[in-house]
Write a protein that binds this ligand. Structure first.
Ligand code: XMP
Length: 534
């Protein structure tokens, strides 16, 4: 196993992710653990190496240092950014503060043929030096190597951008190998954990399940947990995992707001109550939602209403459940499918003065209001890891690899006022579009179009246009199809779906969904358009 000591950088979890991608088991712990703790952690003989993360602070602002035991156990140590600086300072080198920050792309020249960087390069200088394209973010820098260390890498702005003591197998890099902007970052971290530390690449998702299950049991004990199941990937995987850990102690509440996709509620119930035998309470609140949404056309107002009602309904259920078992310890925990990008986003959001483009619906604040403790078993995982975990837990592939679906559901895909009639038409049109995307194979990749786009859906436009069907005139609604490709949902391109596919979808919708007589395809990218229409 590899121990990662976290000095508070925003990207520490990325180190863990890269190590896990190399199939090596690792754990992230705060940097202020004691030396005794580190020795005890290593006592089983499984510890193969230690990585010291970066920090958002400077060595002059904080006095965080690695526990001395880190450098006394005889295992390799890699310091990244602040981790390298504290290593240098603790081992007798010198770090200089600076008010000039080096931030972003840099080219680093590898030096001294170290085991860490040997034969790893993006390109070579005419003199034959290996060069690395890396990502830097630091103000302070090491200006004097500690005794026993040699220079491993440098840039113009940062002459000591890497250092190594190959006898003790201590390495430091000023750049961030864990971020993807450092092209060879993965190779460097793999080199460290596999070759230098000699860790065995035998960690797989199944092991993670076992660890996570143990951790949930230890955390929850004999108390009960409540989870809001939305049918989305994250809450579904969290539910399956917690159910695996504590079975009957978990109760899921599934609020059907009437703005779900076709058959979605039944599918979720069938999976969790039917197949997994989990306790799921289905609350049919569609009348309430539709009633409260009647007459409301403003998108933000709609979102707020849906968000508020969702919380109200969920809270009422939670309180009923808490009251139902007087005397017993009752429900003490609220579980959420928070994943690592959510953690970063909310941490980052505090410092940024972001303009609200759309108020995303979430249930933040609920645990305090309900007096419940928060259980978030997916907090350290990235989306693709969550999916892998879901499959390993036995959830169906189609459910786990579904496109994202916004919390307010069809509420933001029916433009203007939401009506049941509109939702019913939209559900059917959307289902046809998705069905065709799933069944049409793109010949070059051999994959269905559904897997080649990041998100696809239909949007209901409450305008009527004239058409002709058989001998008669029609005067019916319009549906827009939207399919986008994106890696982070911050920017997106409209997908160049084949005309033949669009043609089939359009003719099926118009023929099968009475009430819709026109289909259009949305060819706007984000920005300036957003992915959803509202
Ligand atoms: P936009 O429309 O902002 O969407 O380009 C970006 C991504 O976010 C999803 N989305 C939401 N998800 N609650 C959610 O949980 C919301 O209120 C919400 N609004 C948009 C959208 O589907 C896309 O994946």
């Amino acid at each position: 196993k590899i121990l990662i000591l976290d000095f508070g950088s925003q990207v520490t979890q990325l180190i863990a992710r890269r190590v896990r991608e190399a199939h090596v088991y690792c754990e992230v712990h705060p940097c202020d653990v004691s030396s005794e703790w580190v020795r005890a952690y290593a006592a089983d003989g499984r510890l193969k190496g230690i990585i010291l993360s970066g920090s958002h602070a400077s060595v002059y602002e904080v006095d965080d240092r690695a526990p001395d035991a880190v450098f006394e156990l005889g295992v390799p140590v890699l310091g990244i950014c602040y981790g390298m600086q504290t290593m240098a300072q603790q081992l007798g080198g010198k770090v200089q503060g600076s008010n000039v920050r080096e931030f972003g792309y840099a080219e680093v020249r590898a030096r001294g043929h170290t085991a860490l960087l040997k034969d790893i390069a993006d390109f070579h200088t005419p003199e034959g030096h290996g060069m690395l394209k890396v990502w830097m973010s630091h103000g302070d820098k090491v200006v004097e190597l500690p005794p026993g260390f040699k220079l491993m890498a440098s840039t113009d702005a940062c002459p000591i951008a890497g250092m190594a003591d190959e006898t003790r197998r201590f390495y430091g890099v000023q750049f961030h190998p864990e971020v993807t902007h450092t092209v060879q970052g993965r190779a460097i971290l793999e080199r460290f954990v596999l070759d230098i530390c000699g860790a065995t690449p035998d960690w797989i998702m199944r092991d993670h399940i076992e660890e996570a299950v143990q951790a949930i049991r230890a955390q929850v004990g004999d108390e009960e947990v409540l989870l809001g199941l939305s049918g989305g990937v994250d809450s579904s995987v969290a539910a399956a995992l917690i159910h695996r850990a504590i079975g009957e102690q978990l109760t899921c509440v599934f609020v059907d707001h009437g703005l779900l996709r076709l058959n979605e509620a039944d599918m979720v119930m069938d999976m969790f109550a039917g197949k997994l035998h989990a306790k799921v309470i289905r609350v049919d609140a569609s009348d309430l939602f539709l009633r409260e949404l009647a007459g409301v056309t403003d998108p933000e107002a709609k979102r707020k209403i849906i968000g508020r009602l969702f919380v109200d309904v969920f809270k009422a259920e939670a309180e009923k459940l808490k009251a139902a078992r007087p005397g017993s310890k009752g429900i003490q925990w609220l579980a959420q499918g928070t994943i690592y990008p959510d953690v970063i986003e909310s941490g980052g959001a505090k410092s940024k003065k972001a303009v609200t483009i759309k108020s995303h619906h979430n249930v933040g604040g609920l645990p305090e209001q309900l007096g419940l403790k928060l259980l978030e078993p997916l907090r350290d995982l990235f989306k693709d890891e969550v999916r892998e975990l879901g499959v390993a837990l036995g959830l169906p592939h189609d459910m786990v690899y579904r496109h994202p679906f916004p919390g307010p559901g069809l509420g933001v895909r029916i433009l203007g006022e939401v009506k049941k009639e509109y939702a019913d038409l939209l559900r059917r049109a959307d289902a046809i579009f998705i069905e065709e995307l799933r069944s049409t194979i793109e010949p070059h990749s051999g994959k269905p179009w559904y897997d080649l786009v990041s998100q696809a859906f239909a949007v209901f436009l409450p305008v009527k246009s004239v058409g002709v069907m058989g001998d008669g005139r029609t005067y019916d609604y319009v549906v827009a199809l939207r399919a986008v490709q994106t890696s982070d949902f911050m920017t997106a391109d409209w997908a160049e779906l084949p005309y033949s596919l669009l043609k089939r979808v359009s003719s099926r919708i118009i023929n099968e969904v009475r009430g819709i007589n026109r289909v259009t395809y949305d060819v706007s990218s984000k920005p300036p358009a957003t992915i959803e229409w509202e």
